[in-house]
Design a protein around this ligand. Structure first.
Ligand SMILES: [Zn+2]
Length: 383
């Protein structure tokens, strides 16, 4: 048996209504007079969720500052601004409420607030994070990125390209999974984020780092998405479907934290650097474009994903079930509108950039320059 490692997972509290324990949980890290920074997705303002979570935290802590000055795909500048607030106010714990953007921003702030440097100084592992870091508590309101259980944060640089922070310092201390918080997520976002979770699980179970122990998380996540995603899209108030998707995203997050992703994430991130496209949709259609190239001569990994989806135990059985689910969720496969004027060569060049190299390298099948070009052509031409 080859060697493998499983990384520590954060303390996880899950279940309907579990947001009620957030105050006590935060106080257990910093004491009853503790100061918290609540990093919350500004899109949640209208739902009343930010006020509710602030009140829950306020019951058990001294002060709660709120930071909402960021957009989807948070930038380095926005991260630095949030870190300044944390330093100025002497914040001791960061609570991140929202989708992947809010969680990534919150985790990044907790990792860098101990010193006065910009987030960019730590990108791609160029510098050690400050020895003093703040605990981060992640409270996801979408079910997809798995950021709550990973040690990475994706930020957008000033030139629009994606950059990465990674390391144990970027991992959350605790996670609260309350499916009620995902109920207001619109169908298109439920679909795109849910497909992101599925692609995480499939890439972790099929790439070069895949191993039998980590597959327990990955295959369980695939099974949950196959069982719950369509229902969560069509019946947003179905709390069992929401709970299933929330668990799938968390388990898939653990799976990629241990094994990484692959070519679909390489393509998806490259696409997101060139044009505005939701990450989940980008990696979802990128995975579709990677068939049959990536499933050729399957050694049983993709067949096992097919079984986990309740489909035929073969690579083509998996690919067919995957495409059926992707389309059943209403995800738009064609990117002809968004990527008008972008050539396959340009996308392939972006896929070959250093910030996307680790995902290309971890893919099961080695991708040559010519392969990148063919995959780029395919994803741009899909209908
Ligand atoms: Zn992803």
């Amino acid at each position: 048996m080859s060697r493998y490692e499983l990384a520590p997972t954060p303390h996880i509290v899950a279940g309907q209504g579990s947001r009620e324990v957030l105050g006590e949980l935060a106080a257990s890290h910093v004491g009853a007079k503790g100061k918290a920074l609540l990093v919350a997705d500004p899109g949640l303002e209208a739902t009343g969720m930010i006020d509710e979570i602030r009140a829950v935290l306020g019951k058990s802590l001294g002060t709660v500052e709120v930071f909402t000055a960021f957009s989807g795909d948070p930038t380095v500048t926005q991260t630095d601004a949030a870190a300044s607030v944390a330093r100025r106010s002497g914040v001791e714990v960061v609570v991140a409420l929202g989708g992947g953007s809010a969680l990534d921003l919150g985790k990044a702030v907790a990792a860098i607030a101990g010193e006065s440097r910009s987030a960019i100084d730590y990108e791609l592992g160029t510098r050690q994070f400050p020895a003093k870091r703040l605990p981060a508590i992640c409270v996801p309101t979408t079910s997809g990125t798995g950021s709550e259980t990973t040690r990475t944060a994706v930020l957008t640089r000033e030139d629009g390209a994606k950059s990465w922070l990674w390391g144990d310092a970027v991992k959350s201390a605790a996670v609260v999974l309350d499916p009620e918080l995902t109920r207001s997520l619109p169908a298109t976002l439920t679909a795109a984020t849910g497909i992101d979770a599925l692609v995480h699980a499939v890439e972790a179970a099929t790439n070069r780092n895949a191993n039998a122990a980590n597959n327990l998380y990955a295959h369980a996540a695939i099974e949950l998405v196959a069982r719950h995603l369509e229902r969560a899209v069509s019946h947003p108030d179905d709390i069992a479907a929401r709970e299933g998707m929330q668990r799938a995203a968390m388990l898939a997050g653990i799976a990629i934290d241990n094994a990484g992703t692959g070519i679909a994430h390489n393509m998806g991130h490259a696409m997101g650097s060139l044009r505005k496209i939701h990450h989940g949709r980008a990696v979802g259609i990128a995975m579709l474009a990677s068939f049959p190239w990536n499933t050729e001569e399957d050694d049983g990994r993709f067949a096992a994903c097919g079984r986990a989806m309740g489909a035929k135990s073969s690579a083509t059985g998996f690919a067919d079930a995957y495409e059926r689910l992707l389309r059943a969720c209403g995800l738009k496969v064609s990117v002809a509108d968004e990527f008008a004027g972008i050539s396959a060569e340009e996308l392939a060049r972006q896929m070959a950039r250093p910030e996307n190299a680790s995902m290309r390298a971890s893919n099961r099948r080695e991708a040559s320059e010519a392969d990148l070009c063919r995959l780029a052509e395919r994803v741009l031409a899909q209908a």
